[in-house]
Design a binder for this molecule. Structure first.
Ligand code: NAD
Length: 499
């Protein structure tokens, strides 16, 4: 566990464009504050569209040589980066916690998970190859090449910057792409710290470029036709705007968007495991995770017991300084988020849901100046109400009862989202049956919020498309070229297509 009393070393706030670190201009800067206590941490650059274009140019220039490096060399650099992340994991964790308010124990494990991801994809870097394909005609040689797509734009959200970036940067580098990274303006600090680590690891200048800024920088980046791939993690409206812009440039897009994931508890489940599983699904990270199990569907027979036990735990959750080892829930990432979540809590009560824990009062243990909320549980939530349909991205659980497997599946699938789901049951056949019917990119059985570098992750429906992590993820950064060689000495008829 990192030392919570340490003061994080705030990184060099300058962007990384090729081998340059341009000074943060006086009139284009963004204040970065800590949601723990509102403290001003630093000012980062609000990149101009020209600076974003410069970063893409730097990535384009570096691609010429980077695409020719061996997979072994790329892997070596990536392992070195993973070593450095592990060396600095405690510092990175403290910095991320200070920047976005997540529990220190969570960011510490995310730093190590990020390193694990770089190692997983380092292992793939020298195993990228095509196929030889026998055609109908004997005198031919046909083969495919798997080639890097070029410059990839990697845009991340504020809730888990280190981990979200590793999900994108690791497969992109392994594939032989160069990148322009843009972290969220709300929590850009660990990504800027990475600029130093990338240089220390020995990556050539221009392979990794980092720009900071908000919407304007994001638009400049995602509308540039020189890109080979855009990989975006964030909200649905921003994802839709990027996909619309990409319709003009025809740059392929990966979208990791929001969720309204269902955690389904059948009456035959081991409730001693399902209760902490449901709590982990929503209150870990204060509900600020795309995979939050924000809808708890409970079978009638055990609903009273589940609601009672979860409400009791929610009331006892220790809210406070996320650097403190005893704290179980820190602040949400910004005051704007807090205000938005509170208005959804108000609306849920007006819509007739029954509040059994939390609500709009600030917890007594909240630090002055911070953006704290109480762990909140509503039961009797109407599946058609906004609380059951819209992503809250905060510590608010919506519980709905069901009767039987069919109703559970219909309720779980009854949203516009499809990121993740949990199934709690002792019946093996039911577990697999329900997993098969759920429309979601990830289904957990008798667990929740379990991440692995090897396991592909991503959404369906409004949760997005494309996959990160797992062997599949590298395909997002590669394209297939087919090469057909005519081995015959035949002089062909120019007016007939050969097949
Ligand atoms: P957001 O959409 O506001 O911002 C995400 C990123 O996009 C930021 O870097 C932002 O600066 C940039 N951006 C903003 N407008 C842009 C534009 N028009 N063009 C290009 N870039 C633009 O999202 P957020 O509030 O930072 O993150 C919360 C959302 O992220 C939630 O909906 C959450 O579910 C989702 N999320 C998804 C995953 C996943 O893997 N599926 C993981 C974490 C978070």
């Amino acid at each position: 566990m990192p030392d919570r009393t340490a003061v994080p070393v705030v990184p060099d706030p300058r962007m990384l464009i090729g081998d340059e670190r341009p000074a943060v201009a006086g009139d284009r800067r963004i204040r970065v504050t800590s949601p723990i206590d509102g403290r001003h941490l630093t000012d980062v650059a609000d990149a101009s569209p020209q600076q974003v274009r410069d970063a893409i140019t730097a990535a384009e220039s570096a691609f010429a040589a980077w695409r020719r490096t061996s997979g072994l060399e790329r892997a070596r650099l990536m392992h070195r980066l993973a070593d450095l992340i592990e060396r600095d994991a405690d510092d990175l964790a403290l910095l991320e916690t200070t920047d976005n308010g997540k529990l220190l124990r969570e960011t510490a494990s995310q730093a190590r998970f990020a390193a694990r991801n770089y190692r997983f994809f380092a292992g793939l870097a020298d195993k990228i190859y095509g196929r030889t394909i026998p055609l109908d005609a004997w005198d031919t040689f046909d083969y495919t090449r798997r080639e890097p797509v070029g410059v990839a734009a990697l845009i991340t959200a504020w809730n888990s910057p280190m981990q979200l970036l590793a999900n994108k940067l690791a497969p992109a580098l392994a594939a032989g792409c160069t990148v322009v990274v843009k972290p969220s303006e709300i929590a850009p600090l660990t990504t800027l710290r990475l600029a130093d680590l990338v240089a220390e690891a020995g990556f050539p200048p221009g392979v990794v470029n980092i720009v900071t800024g908000g919407r304007e920088a994001g638009v400049a980046l995602t509308t540039d036709p020189r890109l080979g791939r855009i990989s975006f993690t964030g909200s649905v409206p921003t994802g839709q705007a990027i996909a619309r812009a990409a319709a003009d440039t025809l740059v392929p897009v990966t979208l990791e968007l929001g969720g309204k994931s269902a955690n389904i508890v059948f009456a035959d489940a081991d409730l001693d495991r399902a209760v902490p599983g449901a709590v982990a699904g929503i209150f870990a990270a204060g509900g600020q995770t795309c995979i939050a199990g924000s809808r708890l569907l409970v079978e009638d027979r055990v609903a009273d017991e589940m609601v009672g036990r979860i409400a009791e735990i929610a009331r006892g959750i220790v809210v406070g300084d996320p650097r403190d080892a005893a704290t179980q829930m820190g602040p949400v990432a910004s005051e704007a988020q807090r205000t938005r979540i509170l208005s959804m809590v108000d609306a849920a009560a007006r819509d007739g849901a029954t509040l059994v824990a939390g609500g709009t009062d600030v917890p007594a243990s909240a630090l002055p100046g911070g953006s704290y909320l109480a762990p909140t549980v509503f039961t009797d939530v109407d599946p058609a109400s906004p609380l059951a349909r819209d992503e809250v991205f905060g510590p608010v659980l919506a519980i709905t009862r069901f009767s039987g497997e069919e109703e559970a599946i219909a309720l779980a699938n009854g949203t516009e989202y499809g990121l993740a789901a949990g199934v709690w049951t002792r019946d093996v056949a039911r577990a697999h049956r329900v997993a098969r019917e759920l429309v979601a990119g990830t289904v957990w059985v008798n667990t929740y919020r379990y991440s692995a570098a090897q396991a592909p992750f991503g959404g369906v429906k409004k949760s997005g498309y494309g996959r990160e992590r797992g062997i599949e993820a590298i395909d997002e950064y590669l394209r297939t070229k087919n090469v057909l060689v005519d081995l015959s000495d035949e002089v062909r008829d120019p007016f007939t297509i050969k097949s």
